[in-house]
Design a protein around this ligand. Sequence first.
Ligand SMILES: *[C@@H]1O[C@H](CO)[C@@H](O)[C@H](O)[C@H]1NC(C)=O
Ligand SMILES: *[C@@H]1O[C@H](CO)[C@@H](O)[C@H](O)[C@H]1NC(C)=O
Length: 410
Amino acid sequence: MKRQTIQSKQHAKLRRTFARQLFILVVPFCFITVWLVASFRKIGCVNCNLPQIHPTKTVQQDLASFKDNTKEAKQLTTAQWKPMFLETNSSKFTAEHLWSQSLSTDAVILGPQIRSNHTLVTAYFRAKSKYPSTKYDEWMQNMMSLKDPLVIFTQPDLVEMMSNLRSDPSLSTIIIPCTLEDLPISKLKSDLVFEHAGKTLSLWEHQLEIDPEKNRHSSYYVFWIWLSKSWLVEQAIQRNFFQSEFFVYTDIGCFRGGKYNHKMLVSPDFWSSSIRPDRHTLLWMAHHPPNPPPTYIWTNKLKQKQFFYQSGSQAAGFREAWIEFNREFAKTLDDYVAAGVFVGEDQCILQATCLRKPQLCQYIPFSQVADNHYFGLRHVLHFPTLNKMQEPYQPWRPPQPSADFLVSSE
Ligand SMILES: *[C@@H]1O[C@H](CO)[C@@H](O)[C@H](O)[C@H]1NC(C)=O
Ligand SMILES: *[C@@H]1O[C@H](CO)[C@@H](O)[C@H](O)[C@H]1NC(C)=O
């Protein structure tokens, strides 16, 4: 009995000593690690000097701080963004009107002219962008190896390079040469100028000026390309080279590894799967939990990350859905321009279009997809029956907007 007590006392003492030593070692180690991680993050992140939203804050509190920011933004709007309309101020230069223009350039046809349920659409222009063009040269080789019939919009001097990348005679390809100035977006509000910091600027020069990520984007041509996606798909639909009912848009830089190389991206199982949208709905990917912002005109993705979920890199839907979406997208763009806010982040305008017209959109939340959270729609199209949890996908549809929401702006 006594022996046992002494033993257990000794054990207890040992445990205490051990715990103390562990504490002395572990605590400084934790501090140093946290400090190191924090400083590395500072070096690596682009927006670190912006106030971060604390993750434990409730959405209510976030909304309160959001309202404060809104006041600031309003002051900025009235102080600096002075639209100065010139003679015309014509409705001809609204996106809604410009979007009815069609591209009329001749297409280059490569490979067999087949009939296919679906057509893949992409675009590539050499504009200064987030990444150097050598990166795109590398990535696009992956996408160019896909077996799906493909329509590529590109500038005339890149037609030959694209043809070489699709030279496999079994691949069906249409290349449509066009310049950036052929995109109707290039003429958006071209009848007015802005006074900004003593300079007279076109809408697009002004947009670059007010871009919170100006240094990263370095030209407004990238905005033109991003904002023209649904218009380009509509051009492919109008000419419908493969007599398709279903169209998939994908950025050319989405395929950064070789996982899908030489495959048919859209699985034959897709047509009978539950994930196939109805004829009036586009399928998107949500890169963060879908949580709509409190206002319709909303661009604050850097400060209010919790309201930003729209991935714009890929979308899929039937012809009707694309045509309806494209028209509504143009209207949203006009609303944003009229509100005097930054429109170069296409994902905010796509998201707002879906919030205004929820019947047009469905999202696959990233949490269900065993692939990159921005580019994962490719995975859904390729493996359409079961999600990451081996269950059927549960898409999310935006809520019906209230009348208040539709008139609201930041
Ligand atoms: C131009 O049109 C906008 C919207 O229709 C209007 O608010 C603005 O006052 C007009 N400006 C001029 C100078 O006519
Ligand atoms: C095309 O779609 C139909 C249903 O809409 C489906 O039955 C058929 O298998 C599809 N064809 C291919 C080649 O996937």
